[in-house]
Structures are given as C-alpha cells and as structure tokens.
Design a protein around this ligand. Structure first.
Ligand code: ATP
Length: 447
C-alpha cells in the first residue's frame, strides 16, 4: 500500500497553485510574499464562505443589518479609535542578517533565520498603511488604509439604526478588505498585508454584556462547525491581561490547528463603550442611545465578532485535505479535498465518457442546464479517471458522466467525491439530488 505523507503547508501551497486557488501577487515580476491573488477556484471558495457568513449573520436575522462602508475614511477616525497611537507591534532587527521580526515571533530571543542572538532593542512600528488624499502630500492630507472594517460600522451606527428603525440589541455586519503593514507576513495567506474581514458589531445594554458575549461565542463556534471544520481542530484562546487590545475588556479567539501550529481564525471581543465614547469625544456628536420607553440615555456596549476570510479559507483547505490510498488500486494515492459541498468552488463536473457518438453534445446540454443552479465544470480531456482525480483535488462533490447507456435511456452515472460511489440516475434527477446532498452533508457519511 502506498504511504501517506504528513500534510505540510508546502503541500497545501502547491495544491492551491496547481488547482488555481491562490496565486502569488505580481508573480511575473518576482512576486511579493505579503499579498495574494485568488484564482478562479479561490475566488469561488471565498465567495461561498462570505455568502454563508452573510446568510447566517444578516439574511436570517431581523436584528442585524448589512453595511458596505468606504475603505478610505477621515483620519480623525483612526485617532479616535486609538489606532494612530496604539496599533503597533514591537519590532526587532537581527544585528547579523538585518531581517526584522515581531518580538512575539522570536523563539528563545534568537533570529529565526540565522539563529544569531544579537538583536536590536524593540521599537514600535505602526501597522497602518499611510498615504495622501488629493494631490498635495502634506500632514493635513494624510489618510490611512483601514486596518479593520469595524470603524466604518461605529461611525455609521446612528445612520443604520435610524434608517432601519432598529433598537437595542441590534447588530451591523460588514465584509471588506483591510490592510496591515505586518512586520512579518507569512504562512501563506494566514498573515498578509491585504486581506478580507467579516465583522459584526452588536450594540447592547451594558448590563447585558456578559450574556451577549457568551451568546456570540457559541454562535461563532457553531458557524465553524457548519462549514464542516473538524471540531477537534478548533480551540478557544482567552486573552490574558497583557494580550488584550487597547479597546477590549475581554476577548476570546477561535483557533485552528494549522500545519504550522494552533493559530487564530477569529476574535470575539467585548469592546465595552470604548469606541462610541471615543467617537463622541473626537467628533463632538451625541451618539448616545435613548430607550424609547423609559427615555433612559446611555452609550451602548459592543460585542464584536471579527473573522478574517482568508484564514478560514486556509483552514477549510487544510482541514479538507486528504491523501489516501485508492480503493481499487492501493499502491496509488489519491488527493482529495473533502470540504463541505456548500463551500466547494465547483459543485459538479460533467463529462462525456468518450468524445464521440453524441456524448459531448448531451454532456454539454446537461452542464448548461445545471449552470443555472450550480458552478459546473465541463471536461472532455484525458481519461475519465484523470478527470475524476482533478475534480477530487478541487473539492468537487459530484461528477456526472454521460456514457453509452445515456444514449439509450437518458440516465447518467453520478459519482460522489468522498466515497467514490457511483449511482445511475435520470438526467432530470441530478439537480434535486445535488441540492439535497449539499444540505445534509456530514463528513464521512457519504452518499
Ligand atoms: P494576529 O494576532 O494573528 O495578528 P489579530 O489579533 O491582530 O491577529 P484581529 O485584529 O482580531 O487579529 O483581526 C480579526 C481577524 O482578522 C483575525 O482573526 C484574522 O482572521 C484576520 N486577520 C488579521 N490580521 C490578518 C492578516 N495580516 N492577514 C490575514 N488575516 C488577518
């Protein structure tokens, strides 16, 4: 039987490149390692993740509204939020190879590249990207690329509440790009300088903060289960006093066992009234909440759920990656992404068994019909076995094959990715079968 190797980050990186999930940004110019481009399958997987988050956070919830605020905002916002003053990491330089690192990335006070122990004193480095708005490059025109999407929510909290007639408790959710000039980007798309976030801010009465904090911790944990991630690879990490961000009263991270260690996917924070109080102070606007019944005025507390998109995407790929001996031929290894079919970039591959006898025509017709509902990939190149393998590596849950029998009775074979079981169904039954399967999928359950 062929030997199954341990999955390393390199294995994942090469699969992502090979199958068109992720490309290095600016690759033909040598690339920059802190930014990544999503290829066709990556773009689709990311969209599916974001849609599922939006569906659960916004669409299913009457008390949460969506928002899409601008990336560029008044720089006063970043002064108020504390980012100009506090959003910094301690940086040290290796005095031998002159590479720079975040202090918390150092093991035993040694340079992780050359092992030298002579390091500079730490100095603080602000992670916000700075540029200028308009043609004049002076201090008044300094503007920042947002390092988090949350501030766009806080400064719109009254607009959203009033226009949507919401009252506390209510939330605002947004998905968008964020930028951080990380000192040591790395581990593929885990830490980059341009990434996406899915953030939700929940506005509550201060005395209910603990209750809502626990509620959102549970909701967010369950969301990771709903995308099929193995719960045994998920962990809670409670921030100690010295880890807490400047705005947080209490914070828990959901972490995942990546091939490079247990690392953060999402943070759930009780931000207290820090953000709204600071915006009241800096903008001079009254952002207090008035209870419509009692007329009581107060500054709401905020519970934040702050997830990346790229890290959950990497977690999904790592968790779904399996190399296993083929059932029919145990000397051969098949690589398969057993991801939740809800997230699979391609839902169904459609193939003619051979390129003759009218099979491609029927297969193309089926593919076009299924495209109204699913992402479909039509393929007639190479042997049928190789076509199945390519779709296994892409995480495609179903492959439909048109064969000689189809010409006689308009039935096709449909092969399931995880079990490789093939069944014969009528053409009109394919779509219903796929939809039902997506809804009920549980890993290792099979067809
Ligand atoms: P870390 O400690 O790993 O730097 P953080 O605590 O600074 O992360 P948050 O500020 O809580 O992260 O950001 C919320 C989420 O945004 C993170 O859980 C992560 O999923 C995502 N995120 C933050 N920084 C990056 C980055 N540089 N690249 C990719 N995703 C990121």
């Amino acid at each position: 039987m062929a030997e199954v190797k341990k999955v390393t980050l390199n294995t994942i990186v090469s699969l992502c490149k090979r199958r068109g999930f992720v490309f290095q940004s600016s690759e033909i110019y040598g690339g920059i390692n802190s930014c990544w481009d999503m290829g066709p399958l990556g773009a689709e997987l990311k969209r599916n993740l974001k849609d599922w988050w939006w569906f659960n956070m916004v669409k299913l919830r009457p008390e949460i509204e969506g928002l899409d605020s601008a990336i560029l905002m008044s720089s006063r916002i970043w002064e108020a939020s504390g980012h100009v003053e506090c959003f910094q990491d301690p940086l040290v330089e290796c005095l031998s190879c002159h590479r720079r690192f975040r202090v918390d990335d150092l093991a035993n006070d040694k340079c992780p590249v050359c092992g030298n122990t002579e390091l500079s004193e730490p100095r603080f480095f602000n992670l916000m990207f700075k540029t200028f708005i308009g043609p004049v490059e002076n201090n008044e025109n300094v503007i920042y690329l947002r390092p988090e999407t949350a501030q766009g929510i806080y400064v719109n909290y009254q607009n959203v509440m009033v226009t949507m007639r919401q009252k506390i408790p209510f939330g605002i959710a947004q998905i968008g790009k964020a930028f951080r000039n990380e000192i040591s980007p790395g581990n593929f798309i885990f830490r980059s300088r341009e990434f996406e976030q899915m953030e939700m801010q929940y506005f509550i009465r201060p005395e209910n903060a603990d209750k809502w904090f626990e509620y959102w911790r549970e909701q967010r944990w369950n969301w990771y289960k709903s995308i099929g991630i193995d719960e045994n690879k998920l962990h809670w990490h409670k921030h100690s006093e010295d880890e807490l961000a400047h705005y947080a009263k209490i914070a828990f991270d959901i972490e995942f066992d990546f091939p490079f260690g247990q690392k953060e996917l999402e943070g759930i924070h009780n931000r207290g009234d820090y953000d709204l109080s600071r915006h009241i102070e800096f903008s001079g606007k009254n952002l207090e909440y008035t209870d419509r019944i009692t007329n009581e005025k107060f500054i709401p507390y905020i519970i934040e759920t702050s997830a990346g998109v790229d890290r959950p995407m990497l977690a999904v790929i790592c968790d779904a990656y399996f190399e296993e001996p083929e059932i029919a031929n145990p000397d051969k290894i098949r690589t398969v992404l057993k991801m939740h079919p809800r997230l699979s970039p391609i839902k169904v591959g459609v193939f003619p068994l051979v390129k003759k006898e009218g099979m491609p025509e029927i297969a193309k017709e089926i593919a076009q019909d299924l495209r109204k509902e699913f992402m479909v990939f039509y393929d007639e190149k190479d042997s049928i076995g190789r076509r199945y393998r390519r779709q296994d590596e892409a995480g495609t849950p179903f492959c439909v094959t048109v064969d000689g029998q189809t010409l006689k009775d308009r039935t096709v074979t449909i092969r399931e990715r995880d079990t490789m079981v093939q069944v014969r169904v009528k053409i009109e039954e394919i779509s219903g079968m796929i939809s039902k399967y997506i809804e009920s999928w549980i890993r290792d359950k099979g067809i």
